[in-house]
Design a protein around this ligand. Structure first.
Ligand SMILES: [Zn+2]
Length: 205
């Protein structure tokens, strides 16, 4: 690249001006004969061996225990479980009310009632107090902002008409009470010893 062209490119970069480089221009690509460095996946990485190796590999070492894992993860499945248990153990605990859904740690299993939890415990012959259960919290429908909803149709200085705002206020009051789903909350569940009974025998699990 000539000096003047170089200065033009740099100046435009500083100014934030997008420069045009045509496919036939010299700066679009150059043929190199004397380069050396790391190459992976058809790309040249220069001295960056780490980036080149990562680009060319399919598996890496777990950052916690060192076992070989797919490179899209940073730690292995077992270490993920261990980390989840550590986080669970640090959670504040609260007694379960018997109704709010519970999530079994490290699974997608939700228990919506005492009966569901009881069935699971009977199937797997496990005491409910031995399970790592998280009390879920509700997710309600988000109110809709008319300014956002109609932003494409509004000019910069226009405001939402009062009639439309009032209509959205009514709508938002309704929809914000609609329960959509449950997600894991901040508390680990304490299941009372006498919370679950075997309904057939009357025995506590
Ligand atoms: Zn690991």
């Amino acid at each position: 690249m000539g000096l003047w062209r170089y200065l033009e490119v740099i100046t435009n970069k500083i100014k934030g001006v997008k420069i045009m480089i045509k496919i036939t221009d010299k700066e679009a690509a150059t043929y190199q004969t004397n380069i050396s460095g790391w190459v992976a996946g058809g790309r040249f990485f220069g001295k960056d061996e780490r980036a080149a190796r990562w680009n060319g590999c399919t598996h890496v070492a777990c950052k916690k225990c060192g076992v070989t894992i797919d490179k899209m993860y940073t730690i292995c499945g077992q270490c993920q479980k261990n980390e989840a248990i550590k986080r669970f153990d640090k959670m504040p605990k609260k007694e379960w009310d018997g109704k709010t859904p519970l999530l079994l740690l490290d699974s997608d299993l939700f228990f919506d009632s005492e009966d569901e939890l009881l069935d699971y415990c009977l199937d797997f012959v496990i005491n409910p107090q031995e399970l790592r259960l998280i009390i879920c919290k509700p997710i309600y429908a988000e109110p809709i902002d008319p300014g956002d909803y109609y932003s494409d149709d509004l000019s910069d200085d226009s405001i939402i008409p009062d009639k439309l705002r009032a209509a959205f206020d009514c709508l938002n009051e309704e929809i914000s009470q609609v329960l959509l789903s449950w997600c894991p909350g901040e508390y680990a569940a304490i299941i009372r010893e006498d919370a679950l009974h075997d309904t057939n025998s009357g025995n506590i699990l």
